[in-house]
Design a protein around this ligand. Structure first.
Ligand code: ADP
Ligand code: ADP
Length: 225
């Protein structure tokens, strides 16, 4: 997996500055969280790393590779969104296999990789179901399996637990954390929930109005007034 370097990145929507000169270094294998209130620029930054938003100024690197101009599908990133975003017409197996088919793996390899990913997210018994036959938490496990099955160098998650009830959120949080540590994937996670950020992260960037106010471990962040 990659180290991710964000150097002086800004984003403007007309006269509005959504991100103002953001600089961050995310280490290989780190669980790194962007924390801040709604509208502070977290999603904008995540989408720039994924390649879905253009970068108006500044630079992003994966290790030493300059990626500003590399299109999203050529960055080896996995993405999980708040609203599940699984394909409704495909069953669980087919949803997870989708990215592997696009990458032209052979059938045996696809089957093995999908089985492994489903086992990791604990939904092996739901392969043949459609998303409409799954709970929100189960759909989010499908989305997670689909993101990790391609062995991404960077895993990007945007409020993946926000639509779940409180109890499930705590369970999924711990499952995601374990999975991330086992696989060692560099992970960038977006949330507005401070408790969640403190529980799940190796380090946290606290954002406000398009800028980074503070970067530190949960202990560092919690200690500060
Ligand atoms: P967060 O993820 O922290 O809630 P966003 O990155 O979604 O914040 O948005 C940051 C700011 O940029 C917000 O004020 C939002 O309204 C604005 N914004 C985001 N996308 C657009 C867009 N496509 N056009 C105009 N303004 C946008
Ligand atoms: P295609 O769209 O090319 O006809 P599918 O998407 O139906 O193929 O299936 C692709 C691969 O996934 C095949 O190897 C198929 O056997 C396997 N597969 C699909 N659904 C399941 C399932 N519920 N359990 C196990 N394997 C499945």
């Amino acid at each position: 997996s990659y180290q991710v370097s964000i150097k002086g990145v800004s984003k403007f929507y007309g006269n509005f500055t959504a991100l103002n000169n953001v600089t961050l270094e995310i280490q290989k294998g780190e669980f790194f969280t962007l924390l801040g209130p709604s509208g502070c620029g977290k999603t904008t930054l995540l989408r720039m790393i994924a390649g879905f938003n253009t970068i108006d100024s500044g630079e992003i690197y994966f290790d030493d590779m300059f990626i500003n101009n590399i299109p999203a599908h050529k960055r080896n990133t996995g993405m999980v969104f708040q609203n599940y975003a699984v394909f409704p017409h495909l069953n669980v197996f087919q949803n997870v296999a989708y990215g592997l088919k696009a990458r032209k793996f052979n059938v045996n390899t696809i089957n093995a990789k999908v089985e492994e990913a489903l086992k990791l997210v604990q939904i092996s018994d739901m392969k043949a179901r459609r998303p409409s036959q799954l709970s929100g938490g189960q759909q989010q496990r499908v989305a997670l399996a689909r993101a990790i099955v391609i062995q991404p160098d960077v895993l990007l998650m945007d409020e993946p637990l926000s639509n779940l009830d409180a109890k499930l959120r705590v369970q999924m949080r711990s499952d995601i954390k374990k999975l991330q540590k086992n696989l060692g994937i560099t992970t960038i996670y977006v949330t507005h929930d401070q408790e969640e950020a403190l529980a799940i992260s190796d380090r946290i960037a606290v954002m406000c109005d398009g800028t980074v106010m503070q970067v530190g471990t949960p202990e560092d962040i919690y200690k500060k007034p």
